[in-house]
Design a protein. Structure first.
Length: 171
């Protein structure tokens, strides 16, 4: 019998850069399929993906062998490249995700409600701006809203990384 059990549902939000190409409605379903396919390749179960021109939400079960940051960065990179290859409307303008992202843990019992929330993004954003939605979700999940940053140099790699202070921990 195995002795490690793991199930972590994650509701994640990726936002586009403010000055970049939007997610066009005709490309959105194909983009969502590509993201779902890539999440499955990474060993993550994807429940649903939805969004608007400037952001997407997705609910997935995190692979225990990967960090959440690795999973999100992989999705950002692969979907950004896919969109740039398939967007024939924008010419030389580029599609780009913003550097940050949102990620919230979701209990098994609430996952269906979160999936419904994600599936209804177009209707939700007829009444609510993205910044208000993010603020609401951050409050709902008790996210520390202070925007403190610390630059840390990791000796072994010689690279600088920016960590955000969330609650009592540095991420």
């Amino acid at each position: 019998m195995r002795n490690t059990f793991f199930k972590l549902w994650v509701h994640s939000i990726l936002m586009t850069e403010p000055e970049c190409v939007p997610i066009y409605p005709e490309l959105a379903p194909l983009l969502y399929l590509e993201i779902e396919k890539r999440l499955i390749e990474q060993g993550c179960e994807c429940v649903t993906i939805g969004g608007c021109a400037d952001h997407i939400h997705f609910l997935f079960a995190q692979n225990p062998l990967l960090s959440l940051h690795e999973t999100i960065r992989f999705v950002q990179g692969i979907s950004e490249r896919w969109y740039q290859l398939h967007d024939f409307k924008s010419g030389y303008a580029k599609f780009k995700w913003a550097n940050g992202y949102c990620a919230y843990s979701v209990s098994e019992s609430v996952a269906p409600k979160v999936a419904e929330f994600i599936d209804n993004q177009l209707q939700i954003h007829q009444r609510m701006y993205l910044k208000d939605e993010i603020h609401y979700l951050n409050q709902l999940h008790n996210v520390d809203l202070r925007d403190e940053e610390l630059e840390v140099e990791i000796q072994n790699w010689g690279s600088k990384y920016s960590f955000k202070h969330i609650g009592k921990e540095w991420l």
